[in-house]
Write a protein that binds this ligand. Structure first.
Ligand code: PMP
Length: 471
């Protein structure tokens, strides 16, 4: 009965601008089809491996899209899901709450040491981002003295926050936005990323670069009118677009100071880098800042169920409590009991198995091996990461940092080559880091329970793949 064409394939945004598909500056549709024809059909998974219908075992060095952080086939999560299914699979969150959602919310709130005090649970990262934007708007509408003029958002260039119209407006990936530019929100404004490899000037200190970025944000507030800005939105550690760029020391603190000076909220999007991926449960813990609103998703349910969450600071909760009394937003699958039960078990496993320690240790080992293996490679311009979240940025010329032309789709070719039986490794391709179209990288995001042997195997296979593609 298997009909491979029944599923609509998504176009990977990493391919470039779909409206320009046959220009040499961009990706060609012919190349796209060569690269993407007939995806492999996955019929099984065990540990760090995915199994195809032809029996090929693929080392998943990326947990899908940094999702399957426990690997595949953890029977403890299967049992938790079955148990919840047998109790009750679903109830409507507008009428009822459920124990699994309550327990998960408490786990998440406790994990912040009480710094954030409520959780709003949805089914995808995009939904969590949308919820954060709407909650920020509601917050200003319901302050004791409402501030309805706060209708501008500031986010960052080369960012990704989701694929619905609101979240796409906040993000700034040129390829993903291109077709929809005319219908995207006009009240979202973008400032520079914190991207030292390409954007820190020669001789500039970290302090000076951070001060420059904070000044750019300040200038944007001034340009828009400081009291018209609702929130600044940023990923704590930039994931897909730039490829695993950790914030420089003091960067997020400086950005938060600008927000506080003008009474705007800080929304940190940890959909990808959160829930342990960066080495701490929340990536902001390493930055000395607490967001007003925080999103999380991928590692939350580890892929066992679709789930995401928005964590909310007490002062926002207080304002909504005094106002409408609730968040003016709801979705049918909000707080889904089975997803919540899966996520509760995943979060307990992360604690019980001491996986954050392993993320830090194996992350350090992965970083060390990547530096040893690729430091001298003329086509690897930058090696960066934190925790178990690392990227290699590819360049034609290391001195000038000249990227490969988007038409060559280097990152996707590396991904596709990795899937050949002789390598059998899944590497996460990305581009868009420079101008939203060019700048190729691959990300590595292995499971939190990876062993030294698996980390060595990832680097060995990745280096053979890169050798084949880039020479
Ligand atoms: N925000 C960030 C930072 C992400 O990395 C992603 C997904 N890559 C999203 C939002 C959207 O999440 P989802 O695909 O689950 O809707």
């Amino acid at each position: 009965d298997y009909k491979p064409d029944a599923v609509i394939s998504p176009v990977p945004a990493t391919i470039g601008d779909p409206t320009q598909k046959d220009t040499p500056q961009n990706h060609s549709s012919v190349l796209y089809h060569q690269l993407r024809q007939k995806p492999l059909n996955i019929v099984g998974g065990r540990g760090s491996y995915l199994v195809t219908d032809s029996g090929q075992e693929i080392l998943d060095a990326t947990c899908g899209a940094a999702v399957a952080c426990l690997g595949y086939g953890d029977s403890r999560v299967h049992e938790a899901i079955m148990e919840q299914l047998q109790k009750v699979p679903y109830c409507y969150s507008l009428y009822f709450t459920n124990s699994a959602a309550e327990e998960l919310s408490q786990i998440l709130v406790d994990s912040t040491g009480g710094k954030l005090s409520r959780a709003f649970i949805v089914s995808s990262g995009t939904e969590a981002v949308e919820a954060s934007l709407k909650m920020a708007v509601q917050y200003y509408m319901e302050l004791p003295v409402p501030q309805p003029q706060r209708c501008n958002f500031i986010a960052r260039k080369q960012s990704y926050h989701g694929n619905t119209l609101g979240s796409l407006s906040v993000g700034h990936h040129v390829g993903r936005r291109a077709l929809y530019e005319k219908v995207l929100a006009k009240n979202v404004h973008h400032v520079s990323q914190c991207y030292p490899y390409r954007e820190m000037k020669d001789g500039e200190t970290v302090e000076a670069y951070v001060a420059r970025l904070a000044q750019e944000l300040e200038d944007k507030f001034q340009q828009l009118g400081p009291d018209t800005v609702c929130a600044f939105v940023a990923e704590t550690m930039t994931g897909t677009t730039l490829g695993c760029v950790p914030p420089l020391p003091g960067y997020l603190k400086a950005m938060k100071e600008v927000c506080e000076r003008h009474g705007a909220l800080l929304i940190l999007d940890e959909v990808m880098c959160g829930i342990g991926r960066s080495g701490t449960l929340h990536a902001w813990e390493q930055e000395g800042v607490v967001p007003d609103l925080q999103t999380m998703a991928k590692g939350l349910g580890a892929g066992y169920a679709p789930i995401a969450a928005l964590l909310v600071n007490q002062h926002v909760v207080d304002t909504l409590t005094r106002g409408t009394g609730a968040f003016s937003h709801s979705q049918t699958y909000q707080g889904h009991p089975v997803s919540c039960a899966a996520a509760c078990r995943v979060q307990k496993i992360i604690q019980e198995d001491n996986l954050l320690v392993n993320v830090r240790e194996m992350g350090e080992y992965l970083g060390q091996l990547l530096h040893e293996t690729f430091e001298a490679n003329p086509h690897v311009g930058d090696i960066r990461g934190r925790g178990l979240f690392w990227a290699l940025e590819f360049v034609q010329n290391k001195e000038t940092k000249e990227p490969y032309p988007p038409s060559e789709a280097i990152a996707w070719t590396v991904h596709k080559t990795g899937l050949k039986p002789e390598y059998s490794i899944s590497l996460m391709p990305g581009n868009g880091g420079i101008d939203g179209i060019s700048g190729d990288h691959i990300c590595l995001a292995p499971p939190y329970n990876s062993t030294r042997a698996e980390i060595e195997m990832i680097v060995d296979r990745a280096s053979r793949v890169i050798q084949e593609v880039l020479g």
